[in-house]
Design a protein around this ligand. Structure first.
Ligand code: FES
Length: 260
């Protein structure tokens, strides 16, 4: 009697005929996504050190000052980029494997034997991804404006406490400006390669003849979409590192270097 992969899947979690190190990818994913989740939650919770000179952390942009919300305003902001990533088609695959072990890898036993996909609560809520995508596009413009502001330096300089000196502003570029710029570029590549956006701009059409602008937009989104996984990870690192850079400047741990 032979043992098929399906037999193993129906037996127990982790049962497999595979001989390769299939567990490395889900373990690394769990480590990196888990670390990012802990760091982002902590950075949002502390509600300090998110500004230095003309720099503003992406976790706190747009800057919200309110009295009715008792917690850090970063939580109001992170609902949108956080929801966008949590419902992303690529991240779903990654964290279903890493955290739910469901399936942990191809050809490896799963913890359950029934499959309903995302047709029932709570996973049916993943269908809100398109709406988070609309919000994510708005955030690209907000963060791009932050990069512009990061080139507007006070002529009187940045004060010792990290606030902007009084008086007029002038053009300038610091390392932080470049860090913020790279972050926006990577976030744009991730956001504008979204599967939902690709469907929206032309994925539902049978033919593009006579619609050159839509065809060009569809080709651009498709081009970014081919590297969606890469941009998902790169932008995750860049957004955390941008917050960390500005945080360390604000804490006085490192000093920003003015290039121009
Ligand atoms: Fe990944 Fe939309 S599918 S961001």
């Amino acid at each position: 009697m032979t043992t098929s992969v399906r037999d193993l899947q129906e037996r127990s979690l982790g049962a497999t005929l595979r001989r390769d190190a299939w567990w490395i990818a889900p373990a690394l994913t769990a480590l990196v996504l888990g670390s990012f989740g802990v760091y982002a939650t902590w950075a949002a919770w502390v509600n300090r050190f998110y500004e230095w000179g003309p720099y503003l952390s992406p976790f706190y942009s747009p800057l919200i000052q309110t009295t009715w919300w008792p917690l850090s305003p970063a939580f109001l902001i992170l609902i949108f980029p956080g929801g966008f990533r949590a419902t992303c088609y690529y991240y779903r695959k990654a964290y279903y494997r890493a955290f739910f072990l469901d399936p942990v890898a191809c050809g490896v036993g799963e913890p359950r034997h029934g499959y309903k996909g995302e047709t029932r609560f709570p996973f049916i809520l993943q269908n809100v991804h398109r709406y988070f995508m609309y919000a994510a596009v708005v955030f690209i413009f907000i963060l791009s404006y932050d990069v512009f502001l990061a080139t507007r330096w006070p002529v009187s300089g940045v004060l010792a406490d990290g606030t902007m000196g009084p008086g007029p502003r002038q053009f300038g570029v610091g390392i932080g400006t470049l860090v913020m710029l790279i972050n926006v570029v990577l976030l744009s590549c991730y956001t504008f390669g979204c599967h939902s956006l690709r469907h929206l701009v032309g994925g539902w059409m049978d033919k593009f003849s006579g619609r050159p602008v839509r065809k060009a937009a569809y080709d651009c989104v498709s081009c970014l979409n081919r590297s969606h996984m890469l941009f998902a990870w790169c932008s995750l690192f860049s957004v955390a590192l941008t917050d960390l850079y500005i945080r360390l400047c604000a804490m006085g741990v490192i000093h920003d270097w003015r290039i121009v």
